[in-house]
Every structure is written in structure tokens, then in C-alpha cells.
Design a binder for this molecule. Structure first.
Ligand code: NAD
Ligand code: LMR
Length: 325
């Protein structure tokens, strides 16, 4: 009896210290929104998350109260903008996800969101840089090509910028690509690797249609929602997958790779400081940035077009913070 109890208490101690090592506070800014709510739900279901902190300009505590009844071990706390709400939400966070900001309506480009979302992201980044400067920051708010550089500039101005800890969440693009490719090839979508190899059997019109669908996947959802916003549920899944990958890497797993938009050496010689490619994650965030690899002429054409726009998008974010610090 004694031995059994002793064994049980030793086991509990070991279980406690293992979970203490893995204790991870994750905060979501914009937690009551279309993405924020299902994203917070998925994080509540993730055993790697020990503490979930939910902030929004309205509705954070309500979402937190609801999620806190789910029978998983993590604690959930909601915060309002009053008093020190944002600071308290952020303090001690290992990961900060930012889905705060307005979504598109039909007829809008992502860049049309800049005027509203740039200042939202800038202000949240200021708070994060002060309260949790070492946290990994995962930017979801669009336009990501500009909002990520905004966060970088805010952190640089406060001398706390660590390029290894800032990520634009682009996971949804590959989640979609895996699904769409699997539909064309009749394969298992979760096993469908993206990028596709050059020897892929998809070619000609089928390839063009597929590329177009992936590029305009966001528009497909915006149109279907008919004024009620953009992708939220698939984005929540993609954001939760990225956070999970970072936590796996932080907790010692090797070889964790996700596509993400980061401060990248790949095209710096062309004046482009950020780029999305397959990035290996480690305990300190970015571990290794992979190049795009061997690409064919068709893909090179797409890449060249993308680089021209990307350079302008990045500069727009940088200029915004310089003009509106
Ligand atoms: P939403 O309007 O449903 O939710 C946004 C939430 O942000 C709201 O609850 C709002 O109260 C909150 N908010 C606004 N200002 C805030 C502030 N200063 N601090 C804290 N919270 C604030 O929008 P959504 O559908 O959840 O989309 C959010 C953003 O994510 C949009 O910019 C959208 O374009 C973007 N998005 C990105 C991707 C991607 O792949 N990265 C995918 C889908 C959507
Ligand atoms: C998406 O790709 O679904 C997001 O970037 C949202 C949008 O506006 O398309």
C-alpha cells in the first residue's frame, strides 16, 4: 500500500516536473474575432499549452469564460483593454498570435486593409515589445507582407528585435495547396507535400488552374462569405498548426519545418528583407531558412512577379512606422 502510494507520488512528481518544463503561455490578440475564437479553441485543446491568455478590444473575457469550461488542463484568462489588460495578457507569453484586424470584403485586396490594420498591429507590437520582448510573435493580420515588417520596425526602435522570433503566418497557403492538389491527384491531403516536386505529373492547363486556385484561395472564401469576412476556420487550423510546430521545436523536437514569412537572407541582395520559404524551427525560433530550391521557368516567372510586389509591400510597412512611430 505504502509502496504503491509512494510510486504514485513519485510518478506525480515526475509528471509535474515534465509539465513544468513544458509550461507554455500562449496569448491571442484579437481573440474574440472570426479567427480568434476557433484558434483559441484549438489552442485550448493543445496539451502543450499550459496557459491561454485572450485579449480583444471587446469580448475577450466572454470567450475565455466559455473555453475555460473545457476539460483540458490549461488555464484560460480573458483581458479587456482597460487598466493593464493588454500588458497582463502578454506578460510571460512564449507565443503571441495576432489575428486582430479587419478582414476583406468582396472587391478588396489585402493591401486595402493596410490603412486600418497597420496601426492596430503597430500598437499591439509596441505592447508586446515592452511586456514580452522574447516571445515568438506570429502575425496573422493582413496584409502580412506589410504587417510583419511593421512589427520588426517597432521592435528595432526599442532595441529588442530578434529576427528569429518574428513570423508571418502563411501556413494557410500550404494547407490549401495540399488540399487542392489532393483533389486533383486523388491522394490523401494530409500526406500531400508542398512544395510539389518539379517532376509532378500536373502540367499544362491543370497546373495553371491549380496555381490560380491556390493563389486566389482567399478570394474564393471572401466571395462565398459575401461580405461576412474572409477565411476564419481554416485559418484557425493553420495558425494552431504553426503554434504547435513552434512548441514542438521549443520542447526539443528536431526537424520541425513550416513555411513562414520571416526576416530572410534569400533575396536581401535585391533589397527584399522578408520572404516566405520552408523554415526549420528550433528552441529559439528560426533555426534554418531553406531556399526555394530548384524551380522551373514557369515558377521563376511567378517568383519574379511576386518579388516586385513584395518589395513594395515591405517598404510600405517600414515607411509607415517611420512616419507614425
Ligand atoms: P474579425 O473582424 O472577425 O476579428 C478581428 C478581431 O480583432 C475582432 O474581434 C476585433 O474586435 C479585434 N480587434 C480589432 N482591433 C483590435 C485591437 N486593437 N486589439 C485587439 N483586438 C482587436 O476578423 P478575422 O476574420 O478574425 O480576421 C482577422 C485578420 O486576419 C484580418 O486582417 C484578415 O485579413 C487576416 N487573415 C489572415 C490570414 C492569413 O493567412 N495570414 C487568413 C485569414 C485572415
Ligand atoms: C486568406 O488567404 O484567406 C487570407 O489572407 C484572407 C484574405 O483576405 O484572403
Amino acid at each position: 500500500m505504502f509502496a504503491a502510494r509512494r510510486t504514485a507520488s513519485l510518478f506525480q512528481k515526475r509528471a509535474f516536473s515534465a509539465s513544468a518544463i513544458n509550461a507554455s503561455k500562449v496569448s491571442v490578440l484579437g481573440a474574440a474575432g472570426g479567427i480568434g475564437q476557433p484558434l483559441s479553441l484549438l489552442l485550448k485543446l493543445n496539451p502543450r499549452v499550459s496557459e491561454l491568455a485572450l485579449y480583444d478590444i471587446r469580448g475577450g473575457p466572454g470567450v475565455a469564460a466559455d473555453l475555460s469550461h473545457i476539460n483540458t488542463n490549461s488555464t484560460v484568462t480573458g483581458y479587456n483593454p482597460d487598466a493593464s489588460g493588454l500588458r497582463d495578457c502578454l506578460e510571460g507569453s512564449e507565443i503571441i498570435l495576432i489575428p486582430a484586424g479587419v478582414p476583406r470584403k468582396p472587391g478588396m485586396t489585402r493591401d486595402d486593409l493596410f490603412n486600418t490594420n497597420a496601426s492596430i498591429v503597430r500598437d499591439l507590437a509596441k505592447a508586446a515589445a515592452e511586456a514580452a520582448p522574447k516571445a515568438h510573435v506570429l502575425v496573422i493580420a493582413n496584409p502580412v507582407n506589410s504587417t510583419v515588417p511593421i512589427v520588426a520596425e517597432v521592435y528595432k526602435a526599442r532595441n529588442v528585435y530578434d529576427p528569429k522570433r518574428l513570423f508571418g503566418v502563411t501556413t494557410l497557403d500550404v494547407v490549401r495547396a495540399s488540399r487542392f492538389i489532393s483533389q486533383v491527384q486523388n491522394t490523401n491531403p494530409s500526406g500531400e507535400a508542398v512544395p510539389v516536386s518539379n517532376h509532378s505529373s500536373i502540367a499544362g492547363q491543370a497546373r495553371d488552374a491549380l496555381v490560380n486556385r491556390i493563389q486566389f484561395g482567399g478570394d474564393e472564401v471572401v466571395k462565398a462569405k459575401d461580405g461576412a469576412g474572409s477565411a476564419t476556420l481554416s485559418m484557425a487550423m493553420a495558425g494552431a498548426r504553426f503554434a504547435e510546430s513552434l512548441l514542438r521545436a521549443a520542447q526539443g523536437e528536431k526537424g520541425v519545418i513550416e513555411p513562414t514569412f520571416v526576416d530572410s537572407p534569400l533575396y536581401k541582395d535585391q533589397g527584399i528583407d522578408f520572404f516566405a520559404s520552408r523554415v526549420e524551427l528550433g528552441p529559439n525560433g528560426v533555426e534554418k531558412i531553406n531556399s526555394v530550391g530548384e524551380i522551373n521557368e514557369y515558377e521563376q516567372g511567378l517568383l519574379d512577379a511576386c518579388l516586385t510586389d513584395l518589395k513594395k509591400n515591405i517598404q510600405k510597412g517600414v515607411d509607415f512606422v517611420k512616419a507614425n512611430p
